[in-house]
Design a protein around this ligand. Structure first.
Ligand code: ATP
Length: 458
């Protein structure tokens, strides 16, 4: 793990996320609710950028994958067929003294708050699906579940999509949506939540080609993470051993990221054979056969499933982007930016800044526009013109108040890649300054050249 990561505390990150409007505790005014989070004005943009990047790469840029948006509550038989009703359980233990509850494989190392060690109960199985009732009568026939994954929505619509999508195996169906798991012990900020979003692809292949397609998707998905700004050196693969695989799976690789709290899963990529389609065929009585027009063979397709979590990716991007730095002031203009040393003051001529070094493609705001002085109507009017021009293309932010240095810092903290200042020279020759978030270098260019310049990186 890099030094930067080890230094970053989740408290510092959570504090910035709350202060700047990335992430809030759900229902905070009532004391919060464990395992649920709200994404503020910037968080929602970050998540949207992740989902758009995924959708573009998986659906829009390809001819062999189509999309779906299935319902969260489905027929309860779906979960019997999938195995979730009987098998989606974690062993759970309670402490008899403090009433704390943990997964049996994730016991706390801390002492019991009631004194002495915890006194654990025997492990009991705990189903992770949230239950609800459909309709006015609350009896067994009305029982339904909030989906614990989006994948089953895809499997149960396989037949309908096959009939209309004019696709031939190999092809895929992709879906982004909420999933719910009553996790025994939500933790590590948003990493393990009870409500989260998944981005899942079911890629249907000819039996016998599973291994080659699995390998293909592992490589594709690893590449994708680098395009949104997670560097390869912080990404890892965990390859499941034979004995760790589900009985129907032939291979599984987890994509892992170096979080400050350890190297943890962002995505699982599994070759699931024909398990899911075959189970639904059995439980629904509807055929899941595919007829291959070339070989004239009939078969139930096998599936390769890359399944990623939006919230975990957002958290990884936040961890990756967060930097505390010492940056040169006018006094030592041109000096190198230094990494801040925890607990120390910056040296003479430097000042501290917190900056989110998001890749431009995922940054919530792409460009901020600042009129040098807010009480000079000519500057403000000119500034608004530039702002209106840019915001048609990119999410842009207008900030007219405070010292210009402070306005830059505010944008640094939310990771805006570019800042544009309208000053008195602008009024004379129609040029503005363009400031780069990372290098803090400024260049002067014509307003007419701005869009093309920004286009190069945004
Ligand atoms: P874990 O072992 O961490 O509980 P899992 O292996 O059960 O996860 P999958 O069922 O493979 O997870 O789900 C696919 C993806 O959905 C995960 O890689 C993760 O990104 C996301 N995900 C699963 N559970 C949660 C959760 N409780 N909070 C946030 N994201 C989750």
């Amino acid at each position: 793990m890099s030094e930067k990561k080890a230094d970053l505390t989740m408290e510092a990150l959570a504090s910035l996320c709350k202060r700047r409007g990335f992430i809030f505790q759900s229902s905070e005014i009532y004391g919060g609710i464990n395992g649920f989070w709200d994404y503020g004005p910037l968080g929602v943009e970050l998540k949207r950028n992740i989902k758009n990047a995924w959708w573009r790469a998986m659906v829009q840029d390809r001819e062999d994958i189509v999309g779906l948006d299935s319902s969260i509550i489905m027929h309860p038989r779906v979960w019997e067929a999938s195995g979730h009703a009987s098998g989606f359980t974690d062993p759970m233990v309670d402490c008899k003294k403090c009433k704390g509850r943990w997964r049996a494989d994730q016991l706390p190392e801390t002492k019991c708050p009631q004194g002495g060690p915890h006194e654990f109960t025997e492990a009991r199985m705990f189903n992770l699906m949230f239950e609800t009732n459909v309709g006015p009568v609350k009896d067994a026939s009305a029982l339904a579940y909030l989906r614990p994954e989006t994948a089953q929505g895809i499997f149960v619509q396989f037949g309908n999509i096959l009939a209309i999508a004019r696709q031939k195996v190999p092809f895929g169906i992709a879906q982004i949506g909420k999933a719910f798991r009553n996790e025994i012990n939500p933790r590590n900020y948003t990493f393990r939540s009870r409500e989260f979003e998944q981005m899942e692809l079911e890629f249907f292949v000819k039996p016998g080609t599973d291994a080659q397609w699995h390998e293909y998707w592992v490589a594709e998905r690893m590449k994708w993470y680098t395009t949104i700004g997670l560097p390869a050196e912080h990404l890892h693969q965990y390859v499941y051993k034979k004995e760790e695989l589900a009985h129907y799976a032939s291979a599984c690789v987890d994509v892992m990221y170096d979080f400050p709290f350890g190297t943890q899963e962002l995505e699982g990529i599994a070759a699931r054979g024909d398990f899911d389609l075959r189970r639904h065929q059995e439980f629904s009585g509807k055929s899941m056969d595919y007829f291959d027009p070339e070989t004239k063979e009939k078969f139930v397709p096998h599936v390769v499933e890359p399944s990623a979590g939006v919230d975990r990716i957002a958290l990884a991007l936040l961890c990756e982007a967060y930097r505390e730095e010492w940056v040169p002031t006018e006094e030592v203009a041109g000096a190198q930016v230094l990494p801040a040393e925890p607990g120390k003051q910056p040296p003479q001529g430097f000042e501290a800044r917190t900056v989110m070094r998001f890749a431009p493609s995922v940054a919530p705001v792409k460009v901020a526009v600042f009129p040098l002085l807010k009480n000079k109507p000519e500057l403000v009017e000119k500034g608004r013109k530039v702002f209106d021009l840019l915001r048609k293309r990119w999410p842009a932010f207008w900030d007219a108040t405070g010292a210009i240095g402070r306005r830059y810092r505010r944008q640094d903290e939310i990771g805006t890649p570019y800042g544009i200042t309208i000053d008195f020279q602008t009024l004379e020759d129609d040029t503005v300054t363009l400031r780069d978030r990372d290098t803090m270098q400024q260049i002067r260019l014509k307003i007419g050249e701005l869009a093309a310049k920004l286009e190069e990186t945004l």
